[in-house]
Design a protein around this ligand. Structure first.
Ligand SMILES: *Cc1c(COP(=O)(O)O)cnc(C)c1O
Length: 475
């Protein structure tokens, strides 16, 4: 560290000069002979700078955030407080007997999640949805290895989240993609066509990424099981079905949940997550170790799992995320069912109101989210989905997920979540209607949007490939 401090202009936030008293012990060749030109700012000015930066950001605290497949719901602030209680500040190397409270919490959370998913055993270790997927696929791989079947293929519908094929591939499988039918669901004939004794599993999302519930899930489950194959459930967005049905009833063998979507951890920006993986009875001996267990009223980490795939995350996983999920589930109780009820109601309300103005490729009752497109606007007014999304930023709304799922052209994937009231939903409908009219009357205005944000339309490729993050010295 530099020990020659800036010549003070009187604007330092902190006075470090007395620390330069005794630097004789540092060989002179290692000493700086000129200042580095650090900014000279008072604490107040620094604070204002960061506050201003944070104000430029959009967040759920500022406005509507309908980012489909992301479940940007309101996460009670009190859960942040609870997860930072001193007792939860657990040392990674603590002994089981000194961590009884924390282990009890993990054990109870595990049981609650088993009840919600209907499954038989679980791991709380994985730190993200994709991490959970990989863990689940490794379990499936090990299961087939153990029973002496070298099944190599995994079937994935073309509407799947991109992490699904990536995770299956990382676990050593080859991917077979199957097309969706005209109702946006798994095409049973296409499935039968690729199903053979080399197929280990199918990875499904239900409701799928079009927000549509797979009506034939029981038939699919029977087909797969009759073939000796397993079913993996991507439960990242569990917001649509809680209390109504569960993956076990649908015939799934492995499921992952994103606690950082459905269970009260704010996400985005790469913060900590938890991709809990739950399995059916016959896969429980393959779970990662340790699993949290209880015997004679004592909680402990159990390493005695016969066919374990090993450990997938150090120590207690992302423990603070587990605390928030537990607090959330206790707080909601049986009202978890209302979460799904309102999430589905809100999505259908938006869909029905927006389909008069935007193309709706699959006109089916939706679950927690739905997909509309900007195709009409693109054809008739030369305004694409990207521009419509940017125009929403002038309306105090975060743009929805765009150009996903890949099977829908000009897709806008909208997920309002249960958190929003009718007033907010109506505001959003009005904004979308206004933009649709603007596309007709003043397309250039939409093409040039956003108009009110701190930076206008940015070159996203350049911003990602060549980010300019350095502090620049102003002479
Ligand atoms: C978010 C999401 C994932 C991945 O979760 P991460 O925590 O981002 O790794 C997987 N599947 C679906 C359907 C998702 O929405």
């Amino acid at each position: 560290m530099n020990l020659i401090f800036e010549k003070s202009t009187g604007s330092d936030g902190i006075n470090l000069t007395d620390k330069t008293d005794n630097i004789d012990f540092i060989p002179s060749e290692f000493l700086r002979n000129k200042t580095v030109g650090l900014p000279q700012l008072s604490e107040l000015e620094v604070m204002r700078h960061y506050k201003e930066l944070s104000d430029m950001n959009f967040c759920i605290e500022k406005g509507f955030y309908p980012l489909g497949s992301c479940t940007m719901k309101y996460n009670p602030k009190v859960n942040e407080l609870l997860s930072s209680l001193e007792g939860f500040n657990i040392h990674p190397d603590v002994k089981d007997e000194d961590a009884q409270g924390c282990l009890e919490l993990m054990y109870n959370l595990g049981n609650a999640l088993l009840e919600i998913t209907g499954m038989d055993a679980l791991t709380l270790q994985p730190s993200a949805g994709a991490h959970g997927e990989m863990t689940g696929m490794m379990i499936i791989r090990k299961y087939f290895d153990t029973i002496g079947q070298a099944r190599k293929k995994v079937i994935i519908p073309d509407s799947a989240h991109g992490t699904n094929p990536a995770s299956a591939k990382m676990a050593g499988f080859d991917i077979l993609e199957i097309k969706s039918n005209s109702k946006g669901q798994v095409d049973i004939d296409a499935l039968k066509h690729v199903l053979d004794e080399d197929v280990a599993a199918i990875m499904m999302t239900n409701p799928n990424t079009l927000g549509i519930f797979e009506e034939n899930v029981s038939e699919i489950s029977k087909l797969m099981h009759d073939n000796g194959s397993l079913l993996y459930y991507d439960g990242a967005n569990f917001n649509a079905i809680m209390g109504y049905t569960n993956p076990k009833l649908m015939g799934f063998d492995v499921v992952h949940l994103n606690l950082h979507k459905t269970f009260s951890t704010p996400h985005g920006g790469g913060g900590p997550g938890a991709g809990v993986v739950a399995v059916c009875e016959k896969l429980k001996d393959y779970l990662p170790v340790p699993i949290v267990d209880c015997a004679d009223g004592k909680y402990y980490r159990n390493y005695n799992v016969s066919n374990t795939i090993g450990n997938v995350k150090d120590y207690f996983g992302n423990f603070s995320v587990l605390v928030k999920a537990y607090a959330y589930i206790l707080m909601m109780g049986k009202n978890l069912k209302c979460v799904s009820e309102n999430a589905v109601l809100n999505a259908n309300y938006l869909k029905e109101n927006l389909k008069k103005y935007y193309n709706l490729p699959y006109d089916e009752p939706c679950m927690h989210e739905f997909v509309i497109t900007g195709e009409t606007q693109k054809e008739q007014n030369g305004v694409s989905t990207l521009h419509i999304a940017k125009a929403l930023m002038d309306e105090n709304a975060h743009p929805p997920t765009v150009y996903f799922p890949l099977i829908v052209h000009e897709a806008m994937m909208i997920e309002p979540t249960e958190s929003e009231n009718k007033q907010r939903l109506d505001d959003f409908i009005n904004s979308m209607v206004k933009i649709a009219q603007e596309c007709k009357n003043n397309p250039q205005g939409v093409l040039d949007a956003p108009h009110s944000t701190p930076v206008k339309k940015i070159d996203e490729v350049l911003a990602a490939r060549h980010p300019d993050l350095n502090y620049k010295i102003c002479e």
